[in-house]
Design a protein around this ligand. Structure first.
Ligand code: GCB
Length: 597
């Protein structure tokens, strides 16, 4: 019974014990990256007892028949004899057999552990898609769902001296009431896709800290876990050295006047910050900037800014692209965006990795981050809402201290229904309550009332800071030349950010400007769209769809798509289509200065 209760509370406990768990350079971390053994389990044999039906799965993920426990006698399976794959990494691009696979895979990693007196240990996962169950030495630690945000378990009392067996059950089956739902336009990469770390902290440690800058004051709140004590804060380049005592709630607050150099795309200035308490110390780099809207303008550090953006998926550039795993993967994407002349990225359609956000910040990109409330999810389900909210909170928790992030977005192209308005309204209120200093948005839609008349009408606009919408004139709607005479009805009073526009082309496919999927068609489409969009009063930013051709099983057109959405400005290998240069030229015409190398 106790075990069952533990199971049921596993996820909850993991999320409640710490508001956020700060993993930074200042921490002692052991990376568990490497080759892990895996067993593919399409029938969930490791979960179901033989008389169980799919409708009534066992609560016990490690079933009684010893299945998929580690270190048992050789019956049906043996992790030692199983093949290996790289963690972090998606499974789809590591084995041909798993290319389209959606189902369960069991991972096993042996972990050599030597406890240190006075230290606590946490097992941290950067992201696992989509749901997982984690066990050590055949004891279940808990479960988690949501494919793009971090989670962790305390393992201080679970790890034993010497060899430990870490088993992770991962399942990426799509579900109607999940977030995202069953229908979306990207690859459902399964697996342990981001870092796995063993993190060591003292008994009393800094579990979370948040910094705000309002233009004249810096506020820092520091949360301790395991006790209270004096907390020291240092920002040496500002000459700041402060001390505060945490209250009974374990929170220490700092507030002081300061005039730091502002972080911006032109000058992505970061300052060292150190926060310490007893034996724990966090070191990080932080930027200071303000962001707000005023009428139809976006003001960065009180000055109007135009977002020269592009949208992208978390997928590598290469002949066999998959989820980004390394700094080099991320750098290749960001350098392509920088060469395009961007100062802004829409990280679509789910939280990207922390590496991505941090590198983008160093390079000077403003960021839009979003959760996968994409198209038509199960708006009436409270469970779906709770899932979406927990993904939103986890994203905000992880990236709260990143100056680069200026927009939290709650949804993409969602149908206008009362249930959806209620659902997204609650998410927006939650984001604002959690983070009052950033902008909140959602990518809405343009509709044609007739071929010459585009309308953006959505009750959600009342609730967001930006008027952001996707529009595909010249692709899903009409021809590129229709842009010349299209009439627009858009509410006024808010800054407009076009969160998507574009079309498809196969790199190297040449022809006339009226031939679909040729580079020439796409280049014309971009020229016409840009001419049209810059005429919209209140236009403050653009994020073309998208930077790079990305895998999508929705795109089977043989010889052209071959499982790739071809709307990239570069192809999957990074080769630039003509449209890339059209956007680049336009951005150059606006650019005061490029982002840093
Ligand atoms: C959209 C979606 C995006 C798709 C794109 C397309 O509006 O937001 O995720 O990939 O259209 O290519 O159709």
């Amino acid at each position: 019974m106790k075990r069952l209760l533990f199971l049921a509370l596993g996820l909850l406990a993991a999320c409640l014990s710490l508001a956020a768990f700060t993993i930074t350079e200042g921490r002692e971390c052991i990376s568990l990256a490497g080759q892990w053994n895996y067993i593919v389990d399409p029938m969930d044999t490791g979960i179901y007892k033989y008389h169980m039906t799919l409708q009534k799965p066992s609560k016990r993920f490690f079933a009684d028949r010893h299945f998929y426990q580690d270190k048992t006698k050789l019956v049906e399976y043996d992790f030692d004899m199983a093949p290996t794959m790289a963690v972090p990494g998606d499974w789809n691009t590591q084995s041909e057999k798993l290319y389209y696979y959606e189902g369960s895979v069991w991972y096993r990693r042996l972990v050599d552990f030597h406890p240190v007196p006075g230290r606590r240990w946490f097992l941290y996962f950067g992201a696992v898609n989509y749901k997982c169950m984690v066990g050590i030495n055949n004891e279940i630690l808990g479960e988690h769902k949501g494919g793009f945000t971090p989670f962790w378990f305390e393992v201080t009392d679970v790890l034993k001296e010497g060899e430990n067996s870490l088993v992770v059950y991962v399942n990426n089956t799509r579900g109607v009431s999940e977030v995202p739902t069953v229908n979306y336009d990207w690859w459902n990469y399964g697996g342990i896709t981001r870092d796995v770390l063993l993190v060591s902290v003292p008994d009393v440690f800094i579990s979370d800290w948040r910094m705000n800058f309002d233009g004249s004051h810096i506020d820092v709140s520091v949360r301790l876990d395991g006790g209270s004590g004096p907390v020291a804060l240092e920002i040496p380049e500002l000459g700041l050295r402060k001390k505060a005592c945490s209250g009974k709630d374990g929170v220490a607050n700092f507030r002081f006047k300061a005039s730091p150099e502002r972080w911006s795309p032109e000058n992505p200035r970061l300052y060292d910050i150190a926060i310490s308490c007893g034996g724990d110390c966090i070191r990080d780099r932080v930027g200071f900037r303000t962001i707000r809207t005023e009428g139809e303008k976006i003001l960065l550090n009180d000055k109007p800014v135009f977002l020269r953006g592009v949208a992208l998926h978390d997928e590598t550039i290469g002949v066999n692209p998959g989820r980004c795993r390394s700094e080099d993967d991320v750098r290749a994407l960001l350098e392509t965006a920088r060469d395009l002349g961007c100062n802004f990225l829409r990280l679509a359609h789910y939280p990207h990795s922390e590496q991505m956000v941090r590198m983008a910040e160093r390079m000077g990109f403003l960021l839009w981050e979003e959760i996968p409330c994409y198209w038509n999810i199960d708006w009436s389900s409270e469970e779906t809402y709770a899932n979406a909210e927990s993904q939103l909170m986890a994203m905000i928790d992880r990236d709260y201290n990143r100056a680069a992030v200026v927009i939290w977005s709650v949804a993409n192209e969602t149908p206008r229904t009362p249930q959806r308005l209620d659902f997204l309204g609650r998410l927006i209120a939650k984001a604002r309550a959690e983070d009052p200093l950033r902008l909140v948005s959602a990518a809405l839609e343009k509709k044609l009332t007739d071929p010459r008349h585009a309308v953006v009408k959505d009750e959600l606009i009342e609730l967001t800071d930006l008027l952001s919408f996707n529009q595909y004139e010249g692709w899903y709607d009409g021809k590129p030349s229709d842009c010349d005479s299209l009439q627009w009805s858009i509410p006024s009073g808010k800054p407009i950010v076009i969160s998507e526009f574009g079309g498809g082309a196969l790199y190297g496919n040449h022809g006339n400007e009226d031939e679909l999927f040729t580079e020439e068609y796409l280049a014309l489409l971009y020229r016409k769209n840009l001419e049209m969009l810059v005429r919209l009063p209140g236009l403050c930013g653009l994020s073309p769809w998208c930077l790079k051709d990305f895998r999508s099983p929705k795109r089977p057109l043989t010889g052209i798509q071959d499982d790739f959405n071809r709307k990239g400005l570069v192809d999957e290998q990074g080769r630039r289509k003509q449209a890339f240069y059209v956007v680049k030229e336009y951005y150059r015409s606006l650019t005061p200065s490029p982002v840093r190398p």
